[in-house]
Write a protein that binds this ligand. Structure first.
Ligand SMILES: O=C(O)c1ccccc1N[C@@H]1O[C@H](COP(=O)(O)O)[C@@H](O)[C@H]1O
Length: 218
C-alpha cells in the first residue's frame, strides 16, 4: 500500500483535516535555510507533533548544518521521523541515526551521485525536486522514470515528492510504484494553509492508484 505524507502543516485545523483524510504521515517544517511559508517555529512544531494521533507518523522536515543541531531539534520537537534535506554527508547521517530516537529519511534529487550511500545511511530515501539551495517545496515534478529505476534498484523504501497534486498523484503512483508519496504545495489554498478538499482528493487518488496497480499486478 502506498503511504501518503502531507507536509508543511502549520495549523492545528490542517493537521486534523489531514488525519481525517486518511494520510499516513504528517510533516512539519522547522529549521530550514530557505524562505518558505510552510516553516513553523520550534514551539509550534512541537505542539503540532504532540497532537498527531497514534498510528499516524509525525515527521520533522529540516535542513541541518551539523549533526548536533538536528539532534537538538529532534529532542525539542519529538517526531517519529526526521527528514533531512541537504547539508549532511552520508557519514554524518549515519552518526545522526545512531544519536537520535527517531527514524531517518534522507532527501536526494533523482540525479544525485551518491544515492546508494544516502540510502544505506538512512531508514528511507525521499526523492524530491530540490532547488539550488537544496530545499524542497518547489512544486516541480522530475523524471519519474528515473525515480522508478531507483525504486527498482534499492532495497530501501523510496518516497516520491516534488510537484505532486491530486491530479497527477495517480499517474505518479502507477509509474514509480514508490513506498510513499509526499506533498506540500500541491494541496494548499495559499502558502502554508491547506485546502482540505485537495488533501482529501490527494489521499483518495494515491490510494486508488495503488489499488489499481496491485490489481493489475504492477
Ligand atoms: O515545503 C517546503 O517549503 C520545504 C522547504 C524546505 C525543505 C523541504 C520542504 N518541503 C518538502 O518538499 C517536498 C515537496 O514539496 P512540493 O510538494 O513540491 O511542494 C514536500 O513534500 C516536503 O517534504
Amino acid at each position: 500500500m502506498t503511504r501518503v505524507k502531507v507536509c508543511g502543516i502549520t495549523r492545528r485545523e490542517d493537521r486534523e483535516a489531514v488525519v481525517a483524510a486518511g494520510a499516513d504521515a504528517i510533516g512539519v517544517i522547522n529549521g530550514v535555510s530557505v524562505d518558505t511559508p510552510r516553516e513553523v517555529d520550534d514551539e509550534t512544531a512541537a505542539a503540532l507533533v504532540a497532537g498527531v494521533p497514534p498510528l499516524v507518523t509525525s515527521v520533522l522536515v529540516t535542513m541541518p548544518e551539523a549533526v548536533q543541531s538536528v539532534a537538538r531539534r529532534v529532542e525539542t520537537v519529538q517526531p517519529d521521523v526526521v527528514q533531512v534535506h541537504d547539508g549532511l554527508t552520508p557519514t554524518q547521517l549515519g552518526a545522526l541515526r545512531r544519536r537520535v530516537d527517531a527514524q531517518l529519511v534522507a532527501v536526494v534529487d533523482a540525479e544525485h551521485a551518491e544515492i546508494e550511500a544516502y540510502a544505506d545511511a538512512a531508514d528511507a530515501l525521499l526523492v524530491d525536486s530540490v532547488d539550488a539551495e537544496g530545499g524542497g517545496g518547489t512544486g516541480e515534478t522530475h523524471d519519474w522514470d528515473r525515480t522508478r529505476e531507483i525504486v527498482d534498484t534499492l532495497d530501501a523504501p523510496v518516497v516520491l515528492a516534488g510537484g505532486l497534486t491530486p491530479k497527477n498523484v495517480g499517474d505518479a503512483v502507477g509509474t514509480v510504484r514508490p513506498f510513499g508519496v509526499d506533498v506540500a504545495s500541491g494541496v494548499e489554498a495559499e502558502g502554508g494553509v491547506k485546502d482540505h478538499d485537495a488533501v482529501r482528493a490527494f489521499v483518495q487518488q494515491a490510494k486508488r492508484a495503488d489499488a489499481a496497480a496491485v490489481e493489475a499486478g504492477r
